[in-house]
Write a protein that binds this ligand. Structure first.
Ligand SMILES: Nc1ncnc2c1ncn2[C@@H]1O[C@H](COP(=O)(O)OP(=O)(O)O)[C@@H](O)[C@H]1O
Ligand SMILES: [Mg+2]
Length: 250
């Protein structure tokens, strides 16, 4: 589904990613871990196509198609979802109405008309029940006065509604408490299927107690220096990132 070859990327002319190779297949959950400043959020942003980041070398393929030239919006329409993509507060626009607009925009990009109201309601009901989101929450103004947990709930709801092919959740600096961790983890676990893939970016091993990744990668100084299974996350928790430094001699 996603294939990244020798990716080098810069922000403000500073080289951040220094040769990333990564393959994510449908049905897989990958965790990307690494110390602060190693380039995790940069990698997420580059995949999603954020403008501030410049690809200097290498390529990103989605279903074998090179997406380097596509704008963030077009990538979103192709099914790439990045958490915090819609962090805006919009007073007077409810969580539900915002989602309706987002879904219809995606449909429009594919040459489809608006989703019939009946189908939309059904989809909203289905997804909110699955994620145990109550109606009151759905009618609240988008992001206005949301707590950390509510922001997470909203994000997971967006992900559930948009049914992305590839979801990237960047959980580094969101100060996740246990509730928020559970919301994210439940969402990912419920939404994963054989047809989609998830990349979870986290600084902490804790989240991976709830989401069981198929693969864990350690990003260090702009490179993936080690890959493994969930045991690698435990090893990191135990030994810390300095261990990686010695291990891989960087
Ligand atoms: N928009 C930006 N402008 C300037 N520097 C940035 C920007 N985004 C990231 N960086 C720099 O890139 C490096 C990697 O950052 P980041 O990808 O956020 O790391 P991580 O998510 O692993 O903590 C840091 O040195 C950071 O200061
Ligand atoms: Mg980060």
């Amino acid at each position: 589904m996603l294939k990244i070859n020798n990716l080098h990327a810069s922000v403000e002319d500073k080289g951040i990613l220094k040769g990333i190779n990564l393959e994510v297949k449908a049905g897989e959950v990958h965790a990307i871990m690494g110390p602060n400043g190693s380039g995790k959020s940069t990698l997420a942003s580059v995949i999603a196509g954020k403008e501030e980041y410049e690809v200097k070398q290498g390529e990103i393929l989605l279903d074998e198609e090179n997406i380097d030239e596509l704008a963030a919006e077009e990538r979103a329409h192709k099914g790439i979802f990045l958490s915090f993509q819609y962090p805006v507060e919009i007073p007077g626009v409810s969580v539900t109405n915002f989602m309706k607009t987002a879904i219809n925009e995606t449909r429009k990009a594919k040459g489809l008309g608006d989703m019939p109201a009946k189908d939309m309601l059904k989809l909203i009901r289905e997804k909110s029940e699955m994620l145990e989101i109550d109606r009151k929450f759905l009618s609240r103004s988008l992001n206005e006065g949301f707590s950390g947990g509510e922001k997470k709930r909203n994000e997971i709801f967006q992900m559930a509604m948009l049914e992305p092919k590839l979801a990237i959740l960047d959980e580094t600096d969101s100060g996740l408490d246990i509730d928020a961790l559970r919301i994210v983890a439940n969402g990912v676990n419920k939404l994963k299927s054989k047809d989609n893939a998830v990349i979870v970016i986290t600084h902490y091993q804790r989240l991976l107690d709830y989401i069981v990744p198929d693969f864990v990668h350690v990003l260090y100084n702009g490179k993936i220096v080690k890959s493994g299974t969930k045991e690698l996350a435990h090893e990191l928790e135990e030994k810390g990132y300095d261990w990686i430094k010695e291990e891989v001699n960087v």
